[in-house]
Design a binder for this molecule. Structure first.
Ligand code: SF4
Ligand code: SF4
Length: 425
């Protein structure tokens, strides 16, 4: 970290000793997993910097924005529309975390059979180690899976500024009407928070910024079609994770810079692993920083990840918002249409997700799929069996992994992944 931020963290109410311990573990994990990779693109240096400053400079920027009158809104789900937040000159940041923390205290608040993602968000809050949660003027919870829905009833006792957004469970006309009503209500809440009335010009600008961010990620994904792959799955995942934290305009520029470098690598036939390395599509639950366990196991077992069918990946970033409308109503309609296509497993039925997995296998020429389900995540675990069956019927080898954030099962997972990679070879 470039500076000493202790006063800033103290003023945010963080507990400095556990926070120091967290940063040490995070730094060590990053060093062991990311910095030991061979043949990394040079422009990934930007992401090394972002990670080294994730609780430092980025938080300082957010606090400076707040001093200048901007609001910060935190979210746990890709259904919270960043376009609306940006249109009101506010900043959206992701609050999902990928590490266990304060587990004993969390066990007093949540059932043991709650997924790691939810437990982790609680752990970072009760452990007082997350400067993002403490910086947010508003935190948006959404009624997606039952775990999240019910946990927000408890979280609201810990965060007074929690706003809960209802979400549909079916892709029906009624479902879309609910999404529309909720996005209009959210727009009003953001306007009230910021004191800014969102007009068409503002909304168009918000759409433009988020679309550009998505386009950069689409470009990155497209370059991963090459064999040898010019970037590791771990590095591409990192870019997808930083998508939720960074300043959106700077992020877009940085990802485009990586893409320029990758393009040259492809022309020179340079890759991170040799040509012909088995290619894997990762599909399932989202992976928030620093949840790198499974991708690390896969890429140290002789395979390369060429795509993520995940909300921290293509499920979250794949569709652009139509910016051709000229009125607030038209642009809001475009936002609703864009988000209604997100094929999260909370929807029933959810055939689009399976179609998308197959489409991604073909597009990125994957040899197999690793389905990642977090333990106790009912929506994705319930979907994993039919997904595996349907993929196997199409002769797409599939490995189902159910795991959590602990490192206890690394040995066992590595054995299973290595056997799967052998099969692909
Ligand atoms: S998996 Fe579903 S609930 Fe989780 S971030 Fe994605 S859309 Fe939201
Ligand atoms: S991983 Fe599954 S159970 Fe956990 S929050 Fe996401 S959808 Fe809900």
């Amino acid at each position: 970290m470039s500076k000493n931020y202790k006063d800033m963290w103290k003023n945010l109410g963080l507990k400095l000793i556990p926070h120091d311990a967290l940063l040490e573990v995070l730094g060590k994990g990053y060093e062991d997993i990311y910095l030991t990779q061979n043949n990394r693109p040079e422009s990934m240096a930007y992401f090394n910097f972002v990670m080294s400053e994730i609780h430092g400079l980025r938080i300082k920027e957010l606090l400076d924005e707040k001093t200048a009158g901007r609001k910060v809104i935190g979210s746990f789900c890709v259904f919270v529309p960043e376009e609306i937040v940006l249109a009101a000159d506010a900043t959206l940041i992701g609050l999902c975390t990928g590490a266990d923390f304060a587990t004993e205290e969390v066990d007093k608040l949540l059932q043991r059979n709650t997924c790691s993602l939810i437990k982790s968000a609680f752990g970072f809050k009760v452990g007082k180690v997350c400067p993002y949660i403490e910086s947010a003027n508003m935190i948006v919870g959404e009624n997606t899976c039952d775990g999240k829905k019910k946990s927000y009833e408890i979280l609201k006792n810990l965060v007074p500024n929690l706003y809960v957004m209802d979400l549909p469970q079916m892709k029906s006309d009624e479902g879309k009407a609910l999404l529309k009503a909720e996005y209009l209500r959210f727009k009003e809440a953001v306007e009230k928070l910021t004191g800014i009335s969102i007009d068409a010009t503002r909304l168009k600008k918000g759409i433009d910024i988020v679309n550009n961010k998505r386009k950069a990620i689409h470009r990155l994904s497209d370059l991963r079609k090459a064999d040898p792959s010019p970037i590791s799955g771990l590095d591409a995942l990192l870019a997808n994770q930083v998508f939720f934290y960074d300043n959106p305009v700077r992020f877009t520029e940085s990802v485009n810079k990586i893409c320029d470098e990758l393009k040259k690598r492809i022309e020179k036939k340079e890759g991170v692993f040799p040509k012909g390395t088995p290619r894997i599509l990762l599909s399932g639950c989202p992976m928030a920083v620093p949840n790198w366990k499974l991708p690390w196991i896969i890429e140290t077992s002789g395979a390369v990840i060429v795509g993520e069918e995940s909300c921290v990946g293509e499920r979250g970033a794949r569709n652009l918002t139509d910016d051709s409308g000229n009125t607030v109503d038209e642009l809001m309609e475009a936002i609703i249409n864009r988000y209604f296509k997100v094929d999260c497993a909370i929807f029933t039925p959810n055939p689009d997700r399976l179609d998308h997995i197959v489409e991604m296998v073909e597009k990125y020429q994957a040899n197999g799929v690793v389905h990642y389900g977090l333990q106790f995540c009912q929506p994705y675990l319930m979907e994993s069996m039919p997904v595996e069956k349907a993929l196997e019927e199409k002769n797409i080898p599939t490995l189902r992994i159910d795991t959590d954030y602990s490192m206890e099962d690394v040995g066992q997972l590595k054995t299973r992944v290595e056997a799967f990679v052998e099969l692909l070879k």
